[in-house]
Design a protein around this ligand. Structure first.
Ligand SMILES: Cc1ncc(COP(=O)(O)O)c(C=O)c1O
Length: 363
């Protein structure tokens, strides 16, 4: 029987020898390779600052800490996402306000977000931020989100876990912009199945020196910045803990993999784009499913090729069971946050699109 793995990272000799080099150097934790990875990632993704951490979840947590999210405040989160996007809001005892997605690209529905914000404000909520997710690797309504953020005075933190790389432009005459351009901080994932990987890892990117400094400090126990160099000849033995921080730093072993993954990012992106075109062609005559499409003025990273199963025509669970039988495929299904019990029980109401359209998503 054909066996299709859940993911197959593209790891070559370059990654392997860089890891060996790291092991031989004796410097395993955050050090020169992490610094180099941050600099090269910032250049590639076209942002001024990149702070390397050990997951996108950590990056999102640090981003919300940097903007000063407080207990009891409300943060707008799309429903079609992985649990991490809403879970980090709960770390602060803040409240995720789940909003529906657009059927076309499964990204946040700005109109529904506005309705939910109005309702929340009318009920005394303090809505302070929004975390747009660019689902599967395609940027959503960036302009609409910026307008919403201006109107309601919201911080914008992008969950760009699927987006290395992804681009958008305002119209066909406008210049292309990189993911994160519309956000104060954008957060990337290098988990094993992502477009580039370090095994586990993440990056928080920003144009703000202040946010970058705060996230860097909080990613390592709140140790004051100068103390980063304390193990080198330039560094001082003295350091201060300026706030109770976290242990989120990326290791040099992981960064060694990331450095070479990054250098292959464009090549891997071209290959995924070809595969997406091939899947679209081969599946085009299946009436039971809706294929993903690239929206105008978007360059999709194609992290996910998400098909939607037509409700009432074919049953999602049946499709997955059949695929598993025929191809031993560990099908990956996108479970909206509303399916996650602890989140759904408290915050998910009135989300017709995610409720009405079950979907099946091979990665
Ligand atoms: C949209 C989204 N956000 C955040 C995450 C969390 O990423 P990480 O595993 O790097 O913490 C994921 C992981 O799959 C994701 O899909």
């Amino acid at each position: 029987m054909l066996s299709i793995p859940f993911y197959k990272p593209s790891i070559g000799e370059a990654e392997i020898s860089e890891v060996v080099d790291c092991l031989r150097s004796g410097w395993l934790t955050t050090g020169p390779k992490t610094k180099q990875f941050e600099a090269e990632f910032a250049r590639y993704i076209q942002h001024s600052h990149a702070v390397a951490v050990n997951s996108c979840t950590a990056a999102l947590h640090l981003a919300l800490e940097a903007i000063g999210l407080k207990a009891g405040e409300t943060v707008v989160v799309p429903t079609m996402t992985f649990a991490a996007t809403a879970e980090v809001v709960r770390y602060f005892n803040a409240i995720p306000l789940l909003v529906d997605c657009r059927p076309d690209d499964l990204n946040i529905d700005v109109g529904h977000a506005a309705e939910r914000i109005e309702f929340a404000l009318a009920n005394g909520a303090q809505v302070t931020a929004i975390i747009p997710v660019h689902y599967g690797g395609q940027l959503g309504d960036v302009r609409g989100i910026s307008a919403l953020a201006r109107k309601y005075n919201l911080h914008v933190i992008e969950d760009a876990a699927h987006c290395c790389p992804a681009y958008y432009r305002d119209d066909s005459h406008a210049p292309w912009k990189t993911v994160g351009t519309g956000a104060e901080i954008s957060c990337f994932s290098f988990y094993a199945n992502k477009t580039i990987t370090t095994g586990e890892g993440g990056m928080a990117c920003t144009e703000s020196q202040e946010y970058a400094d705060r996230m860097r400090i909080m990613s390592l126990h709140g140790i004051s910045r100068d103390a980063w160099k304390r193990y080198t000849s330039e560094g001082s033995w003295y350091y201060e803990i300026v706030a109770p921080g976290f242990k989120y730093n990326l290791t040099d072993i992981a960064a060694a993999i990331g450095l070479h993954q990054l250098r292959k990012a464009d090549q891997m992106h071209r290959r995924r784009t070809q595969l997406a075109a091939l899947y679209s062609e081969l599946l085009s005559d299946m009436d039971e499913i809706i294929l993903p499409r690239t929206m105008p003025d978007r360059i999709h990273s194609w992290h996910l090729f998400s098909i939607r199963v037509k409700a009432g025509v074919i049953d999602r669970a049946q499709v997955i069971a059949e695929l598993r039988k025929q191809a031993s495929a560990p099908a990956s299904t996108g479970c909206p946050c509303t399916c996650i019990l602890t989140i759904a029980r408290h915050w998910a109401t009135n989300l017709p699109i995610v409720r009405a359209r079950p979907r099946f998503i091979p990665s």
